[in-house]
Design a protein around this ligand. Structure first.
Ligand code: P53
Length: 494
């Protein structure tokens, strides 16, 4: 058997993409509540009322929607906001967790919405209704012996903190976040063992690189300061978590993309190395090794960045290293200085098209070998237990007359990635968990679409908000059940 006996199999969702109930039980607003849907070639838009009282929208650029001077974020009457209702996990979690248990999950990754606990982010007392909700969700998991794996930030800083403090470039957010972490760690210390501090923390600057010339030195200045403040907040949370319960396993979370040099031109080899440094290692090194990599100075200089870093910060970073390295993996990207090569046209994917790979309808490369490469490279670098906490295929699904959904493309994607994990484990990598992304269909983070589906469980909901929200099993449901029952063996033989 390749996979260790106690290997954790399961699935993953995020609060703002699944829960809905955006204005229920005292929850405060977050950025996605003022963000419309988009598609593979049209950006999601952040909506606002400008200083003269007129409605407007600005491209959300992933997760950092910028609106004009003097404008206020606003929910506009004529717009549709997919995250408001999402798939209503808030009211249907019992039914959903029951289905996860039926598949045999031993782990379920979800996130706590900060704005349910502290609606404006800076209250002194937490919102009891928010605490009660997650307690009930975790108890439901425990009922089926499912370990909750909990991210406490999944791109969802309370909007009031963006407005009143200017977001994460303000150091005040460090203490507000640490206080929030303290409340949830204490509240759930006997229900939750596995915690993640910041989801895909590296997106902030990695996607600035992807926007290329559109990103200015000012954007980098802000991006790197945001990251520094989040590193300190994360390290403080790790230290505090271990005080509250020494059994806690606390991880970082990196958007794991495998980068390849597009050609064997030495300029490409070097550009690719630099891409790993700026995109992947920059955050992992601070969070897992406790210090900035030697290349960090080069990056700051390249973008004329001067950071506010104190001696005390550096001490905290050194002490507050994570217990495990967790990451998402969907695709690889090609890095090349040869701009005449055919480019990938997708959302959040970038670089030259790789002639050896096929691409999803959203332009993401199907590359299980890239996963093995990432696992081996990262394990060698940090020698910490690894968790692959997101992996999946966003695809259009067709519901047949009889209600069945034959998603063999999704099964093929996962089978190949499980095989890649097993090869890496055989080569000595300490991988301890696999949670597939969007184990149930949820709203896409990148495009806000429902039709970009990842789930093994189908949800009847479209991009205009029509649908019963009923759940049904896709073919992949029974297949994944078998994967778990055989501890991955069925992927190695068929
Ligand atoms: P969607 C970009 C590239 C890789 C992963 O993404 C990314 C993103 C940002 O969207 O995000 C993670 O829904 C993220 C999830 C997200 C998932 O990947 O755009 O942690 O919230 O849903 C898939 O297809």
């Amino acid at each position: 058997m390749t996979f260790p006996k106690n290997f954790l199999w399961g699935g993953a969702i995020a609060a703002n993409q699944a829960e809905g109930a955006y204005n229920v039980d005292g929850r405060g607003l977050v950025q996605t509540d003022v963000t419309t849907g988009g598609s593979v070639n049209s950006s999601r838009m952040t909506t606002y009322i400008d200083k003269d009282g007129n409605p407007g929208k600005a491209p959300s650029m992933g997760h950092n929607g910028r609106i004009p001077e003097g404008a206020k974020f606003a929910v506009l009457e004529d717009e549709y906001y997919p995250n408001h209702k999402a798939v209503d996990f808030y009211h249907r979690y019992k039914e959903d967790i029951k289905l996860f248990a039926e598949m045999g999950y031993s782990v379920f990754r979800l996130s706590i919405s900060w704005a349910r606990i502290f609606p404006n982010g800076d209250e002194t007392e937490p919102n009891q209704a928010g605490l009660d909700f997650y307690r009930s969700v975790f108890e439901e998991c425990r009922k089926y012996n499912i370990e909750p794996l909990v991210s406490i930030w999944h791109f969802d800083t309370p909007l009031a903190l963006e407005v009143n403090y200017g977001g994460w470039s303000n150091r005040k957010l460090i203490d507000l976040y640490v206080n929030y972490a303290k409340v949830v760690f204490t509240e759930y210390k006997d229900l939750v063992k596995y915690w993640l501090t910041f989801n895909e923390i590296n997106n902030t600057t990695m996607f600035l690189d992807i926007y290329g010339d559109a990103a200015t030195d000012e954007d980098y200045q802000e991006g790197y300061q945001v990251l520094h403040n989040q590193f300190v907040a994360s390290a403080k949370a790790v230290l505090l978590g271990h005080e509250i319960n020494p059994e806690f396993m606390i991880g970082n979370m990196i958007c794991g993309i495998t980068f390849y040099p597009g050609t064997c031109d030495p300029a490409d080899i070097l550009a690719n190395q630099h891409k790993w440094e700026s995109g992947i290692y920059y955050c992992g090194d601070v969070q897992a090794k406790g210090k900035y990599g030697t290349y960090a100075k080069r990056l700051w200089k390249e973008h004329n960045v001067t950071l506010d870093i104190t001696e005390e910060d550096l001490e905290i970073l050194k002490k507050g290293t994570v217990d495990m390295y967790t990451f998402s993996y969907y695709m690889s990207n090609n890095v090349t200085t040869h701009t005449d090569q055919e480019q990938v046209a997708g959302n959040f994917s970038s670089g030259a098209k790789n002639p050896y790979l096929t691409y999803s309808d959203w332009g993401w490369a199907h590359d299980p070998t890239g996963l093995q490469y990432y696992l081996e490279k990262i394990y060698d670098r940090y020698e910490l237990p690894l968790m692959l906490v997101e992996n999946g295929l966003g695809a259009f699904d067709t519901v047949e007359e009889d209600g069945s959904i034959h998603d063999d493309y999704r099964i093929d994607y996962h089978r190949a990635h499980v095989k890649a994990m097993s090869d890496a484990i055989d080569n000595g990598v300490d991988l301890i968990a696999y949670t597939t992304w969007g184990c149930i269909d949820i709203v896409s983070a990148g495009t806000g679409e429902m039709r970009k589906r990842y789930g093994f469980i189908y949800v009847d909901m479209d991009d205009e908000g029509n649908g019963t929200l009923n759940r049904s099993k896709k073919d992949s449901f029974e297949w994944y059940k078998e994967v778990i029952a055989t501890n991955g063996q069925n992927c190695l033989t068929d």
